[in-house]
Write a protein that binds this ligand. Structure first.
Ligand code: NAG
Ligand code: NAG
Ligand code: NAG
Ligand code: NAG
Ligand code: ZN
Length: 537
């Protein structure tokens, strides 16, 4: 007898309920079990002993790096990393605090001083110039020394400074940029462009006086300055002639092509290296179909401007930062001379500016997953991986919250105004809510919502960057150069030295013959010895 679909559903229902119950109680039990373990001093002693042994075993890798990957969490201050760690753990059903992020496993750490030549609290343009090009600069400018003045076109020329990406390409390495913002945004731009304004994305953004003085927009520089093998992110509208309908939003007038010079820069990039196999993609399906074995160059532009926040990403339309990182490594790693890859989690910063911690922290968790994916696809013996931030934000979490408190949850004590407050707060920003002189009452507000703005002490349209140091995490060859408190521009120098990229010529030696070779050699000798023994015994 055939069971009707209803009857099947009826039979499955208890099973579904049971698994749901298991899922819910399972996670509670896990967290409780965790605490049970932690009450025993043996747990902490054993755990610390293991950590100590790993620390004693740690040896710097003093040979040359073949590949470099620089991961940049835009606005990813230390408080953001700690909160994202708890979030990641809680998303996986644990208490959260004990979670080990992919970046937490990196053996070497330094602090980066992020101030710029003209600002105590820096922006993403001057800081990008520091970590890409090795020189501190002025706010708003990219790829120029501090002799350049923001928005003064005629101070561009003669003040150009060149990135590690640029110099790596000149050495024959493959190079790539991956970002969740538009690919012309400040952080990637300092890798290939020289501009007195970070916001001159297309020629339509440049004042005509500056254009007359010879200033060139960032999108044009993207496809004409350095041949970048892999470019993945947003930013389609700055690449096509004015009025060109966007392929994804064909009826939207605000997302049309923006270029006054009528150039199609996607075509320019495609035709730049005729002898290589180049591909342009703008949605997920085409991206997935890319054969990395037969593709030498890849341009993927998935949105007209920035890519969507991870919580709002449509996974059938756009790849994630994890998938973009993977594809980039697969293509770039075909070069026997190695590669330089820049990966930016660019919208951590945007979530914070909006005063919405959930946006910023989910971006950070995804950024960490990209670090994890890269670790699986690379070897620590030949790849230097650096993870850092350009600057911090005025983001904190506190309030004596108990262990396992939901990261977006409330502190358990009421404030002196007898109203509840969330653990996460901003020092300034759009989350300032005062009603008739008193702080907003969030008792009935859904503070777990994707778009909930945590409260801020000072009203500002956009929450600001923070001025304290950010962390630099490093692993791989010469990673030990990252220790202590360093100026941010040192990052470019240590990376260049590690991979023997100019100006450094007195470089670490190549990796000695791999253990694989030693094995073959000893195997050969053993064979020869046995043969001699058989022949002459
Ligand atoms: C550069 O341009 C500014 C106006 O934009 C002008 O005041 C200044 O004199 C110019 N400097 C040089 C060296 O031409
Ligand atoms: C995601 O994109 C696909 C393909 O364009 C579309 O069919 C689907 O409705 C979108 N999903 C959401 C939730 O917007
Ligand atoms: C805050 O709102 C809740 C719910 O409306 C209310 O019960 C409480 O009295 C309010 N607290 C203050 C201090 O106004
Ligand atoms: C603010 O105070 C005014 C005047 O006392 C009152 O009319 C109004 O309802 C108050 N607003 C709120 C949201 O409590
Ligand atoms: Zn910012």
């Amino acid at each position: 007898m055939q069971a009707s679909p209803q009857r099947w559903a009826f039979r499955l229902l208890p099973l579904l309920l049971a698994s749901l119950l298991l899922a819910v109680t399972g996670s509670i039990v896990t967290a409780e079990e965790e605490l049970e373990k932690e009450r025993d001093p043996a747990y902490w002693n054993a755990q610390a002993k293991e950590t100590l042994q790993a620390a004693l075993r740690l040896r710097p890798r003093v040979h040359r790096a073949k590949n470099i990957i620089l991961f940049l969490g835009d606005g990813m201050g230390v408080s953001t990393v700690s909160a994202a760690r708890i979030l990641r753990g809680q998303m996986e059903g644990r208490s959260g605090e004990e979670t080990v992020l992919a970046m937490d496993t990196f053996p070497y750490l330094a602090l980066s001083k992020t101030y710029s030549v003209d600002k105590q609290v820096a922006d993403s343009a001057s800081t990008a110039t520091a970590y890409h090009c090795g020189v501190k600069a002025n706010a708003k400018t990219v790829g120029l020394s501090a002799n350049a003045v923001a928005y003064e076109c005629n101070t561009t020329f003669g003040n150009e400074v060149y990135s590690v990406l640029h110099r790596a390409k000149a050495q024959g390495k493959s190079v790539g940029i991956v970002t969740t913002t538009r690919v012309q945004h400040a952080s990637p731009a300092a890798a290939y462009a020289h501009s007195v304004s970070r916001s001159w994305y297309s020629d339509a953004d440049i004042p005509s006086s500056a254009r007359r003085q010879g200033c060139v927009d960032i999108a044009t520089q993207l496809v004409t300055n350095v041949d970048i093998d892999v470019i993945l992110g947003g930013g389609r509208m700055y690449m096509t002639p004015k009025g060109t309908p966007d392929p994804e939003y064909p009826t939207s007038s605000s997302r049309k092509g923006d270029r006054k010079d009528k150039r199609n820069l996607i075509d320019v990039w495609m035709k730049a290296q005729q002898h290589k196999s180049s591909q342009y993609v703008w949605h997920r399906k085409q991206f997935d179909e890319i054969n990395v074995k037969t593709t030498d160059r890849l341009l993927g532009l998935f949105e007209p401007k920035d890519m969507r926040f991870e919580v709002f990403r449509n996974a059938t339309r756009d790849p994630s930062i994890v998938e973009m990182t993977e594809k980039a490594i697969q293509i770039l790693s075909k070069n026997p001379k190695g590669y330089f890859l820049f990966v930016e989690g660019g919208r951590i910063d945007h979530g914070h500016h909006d005063g919405i911690a959930k946006l910023a922290l989910t971006e950070t968790v995804m950024f960490d997953r990209a670090v994890q994916r890269a670790s699986r696809l690379t070897r620590e013996s030949d790849t230097l991986t650096v993870v850092t931030a350009d600057h911090s934000h005025v983001f904190t979490f506190g309030g004596n919250t108990p262990r396992g408190n939901p990261i977006f949850g409330l502190a358990h004590k009421k404030a002196d105004d007898r109203m509840p407050f969330t653990s996460i707060l901003y020092a300034n920003g759009p989350g300032y809510v005062h009603v008739n002189g008193t702080r907003g009452n969030i008792t009935l507000v859904d503070y777990y919502d994707e778009e909930y703005m945590q409260q801020a002490a000072v009203p500002l349209d956009s929450e600001t960057h923070g001025g304290e140091d950010v962390a630099i995490y490093a692993k791989g060859p010469m990673a030990h150069l990252f220790h202590g408190v360093k100026e941010q521009n040192y990052i470019a120098h240590a990376m260049a030295y590690a991979a023997c990229i100019p100006p450094y010529t007195d470089c670490p030696p190549h990796l000695p013959a791999s253990t694989g070779h030693t094995h073959t050699l000893s195997g050969l000798l053993l064979c020869l010895a046995s043969l001699l023994w058989i022949l002459f015994r």
